[in-house]
Design a protein around this ligand. Structure first.
Ligand code: BTN
Length: 262
């Protein structure tokens, strides 16, 4: 894809007034937009920036996983990271606020799988990876987002992930970037001053796990009961409510109980 197709100037114009010093950069290829902004932050480059890559050679996901996106750089996946200095009173709901902003910018049918995956019709459509580095007295947040734009073929064994063109056939990666960024910047800045509490009911309306049986990677099993005012997942285990912190676990629906053969 030609880098000049990206709406870098329009995005800059929509954002710079609320984020002084903001810049937009589009690269044809990099290992990972998150890794690049983390390297820059550790080297003291802590200005607000949107870094878009047409192709990532070593995309990263949460919990040390790889993030496999299209390797052609043909716009099949939108991959970007937003880096900015940030000092919220409580970081714990940031990933939920980011996911919520992304789904609100894209489509009413999109849902959030705690803490911040975007799902549609039982398949993952987008992922979010948030990292931070120290930046003087503040911290520098790197908010990485990968969104599947065009449908990928399954490998015959696994269900392919969802793609935005299944819901919005006309969209392409540059247009999605344009739709998402200004509201995302505003959501992050508002989160920094107001926290997650004002977003809680909007999050609950998109909550894929609410009322579902879940198994957490820390071993907790039970029924997901939504989130509290800091974005902590509440799981009813039958013996009480357990609070699950986004930094520690991921959640998958519990397997269905075996069918009664009688
Ligand atoms: C996940 O689902 O586990 C999170 C995936 C995050 C992927 C995005 S793509 C842009 C940014 N750069 C990365 O290496 N990862 C994030």
């Amino acid at each position: 894809m030609n880098v000049t197709r990206w709406p870098a100037e329009a995005i800059w114009e929509a954002v710079f007034a609320v984020l002084p010093g903001f810049s937009v950069e589009v690269l044809p290829e990099i290992d990972s937009t998150n890794s690049e902004l983390m390297r820059r932050a550790r080297a003291g480059q802590c200005e607000p920036v949107l870094l878009v890559a047409e192709r990532q050679t070593a995309g990263r996901g949460r919990l040390g996983r790889d993030w496999q996106s299209d390797t052609q750089g043909d716009g099949g996946t939108l991959t970007f990271s937003l880096g900015l200095p940030l000092q919220p009173a409580d970081w714990s709901g940031l990933s939920l606020a980011v996911g919520l902003s992304v789904v609100q910018s894209l489509h009413p049918e999109l849902q959030l799988k705690w803490p911040n995956d975007v799902w549609w019709q039982g398949r993952k459509l987008a992922g979010i990876l948030i990292e931070t580095a120290s930046a003087g007295t503040q911290r520098y947040a790197v908010i990485g987002v990968g969104i599947n734009i065009t449908p990928r073929k399954g490998d015959g064994l696994r269900t392919p992930p969802a793609a935005l063109q299944e819901l919005l056939p006309e969209v392409d990666a540059p247009e999605v970037l344009h739709r998402v960024i200004a509201p995302l910047v505003q959501a992050v800045l508002t989160f920094a001053t107001e926290g997650f509490a004002p977003l809680r009911s909007a999050y609950q309306a998109r909550d894929l796990l609410a009322g579902q049986a879940v198994v957490c990677t820390d071993g907790t099993q039970g029924t997901a009961m939504g989130v509290d005012t800091s974005g902590v997942l509440l799981v009813d285990t039958g013996a009480g409510t357990v609070r699950i912190n986004s930094a520690e676990v991921s959640v998958r629906p519990a397997p269905a109980p075996p069918l009664n053969p009688s």
